[in-house]
Design a protein around this ligand. Sequence first.
Ligand code: PLP
Length: 429
Amino acid sequence: MTDTKSMYAALGVSEKVADFSEKILAGLKERFEEIDRVSEYNQSKVIAAMQKNRVNAAHFAATTGYGYDDFGRDTLEKVYADTFHTEAALVRPQITCGTHALTVALSANLLPGDELLSPVGRPYDTLEEVIGIRPSPCSLKEYGVTYAEVPLLPDGGFDYEGIRKAINERTKLVTVQRSKGYATRPTLSVKRIGELISFIKSVKPTVKVMVDNCYGEFVETIEPSDVGADMIVGSLIKNPGGGLAPIGGYICGTEECVSRCAFRLSAPGLGQEVGANLGLMPAFYQGFFLAPTVVASALKGAVFAANCYETLGFRVIPNGTESRHDIIQAVELGSEKAMCAFCKGIQAAAPVDSYVTPVPSPMPGYDADVIMAAGAFVQGSSIELSADGPVRPPYAVYFQGGLTWYHAKLGIMMSVQKMYEAGLLEGRL
Ligand SMILES: *Cc1c(COP(=O)(O)O)cnc(C)c1O
């Protein structure tokens, strides 16, 4: 009884589903090798940045109060800056989430009368209220910052002519979202982001470009900051926290942009000098160290899920063979019932809260009910195995994370199992 298959049976995966999984996996050897190659490169990049900055045990000490002279925090910011090849970085537990990091970056670098442009269509749901696309107190719109948007072309390409027309004398900042978020458009590769930035700067060289890098870190060997982005922004309970950071966000970029962000986050005059680390440095350093391998696990899970569900006849984005530029896998399940079954399976595979059943409910910042499956050590962490999605057509679940590949694999097998048990895979398995 020491074989893995009987262990899977004990966890609730039927033989039929386990056999199906092995058949799918047999075809993914080369994809997995490529993921490991990228991960190995990125691991070296992080280690090199830590060595260059002479990271040592003193950097792990807790600070409280104002946090003056917190060299653990300051060195961590240098490690981030060196890894992402930027002049400066702001990496803080006081940044509560990705939306907060993006809000700081936007509001620090946009003043009344300025215009923000998104040349890649509608940004992530929670940013709609930040920008004021949906009215909200304290939105950028309330402060007199206007917003313009150019959708992607039907084939997913950039509408260069539309973008050229949209850039005007008030355009100050351009926001580019790397990941698809809750949309079903393709995620942008770093190379394509670079092409877009070059074009934008050729039209207006003084414009600043911010990239929402959520879910993209360490998926490729280069980041948007390597191809001209003035700021890259993300959450520490996603990729760069490596599953260990219990809170936080980062903004890496030019000295000019990042120092403004620090003044916005704390106060004019205080900037980066304040902000105690509250004992979180060990988690931040170690999480960043682990992040490249954690991201690789999540990517393997995403590729495996795509191939399973594509074979089962569902539309998956990206598809089974496409290259990857973030860790998100969308699966269009076509009904609320199927979303519930899928999420039930992910939940049932979790190390934490495996006995609960996810149900759709309202969420702040989202305009439809959202269903979420997550049995995470860090609440809401989506570098840990999780699935979620707004309950509206096309009833897509967004699947992401997995601190280990084996856990991601079990989660996907359990989702298939629950779909099967709900009678949703008749004749497909
Ligand atoms: C997760 C995410 C955000 C927001 O991050 P939160 O931490 O949930 O506030 C913004 N943009 C994208 C693309 C994301 O994936």
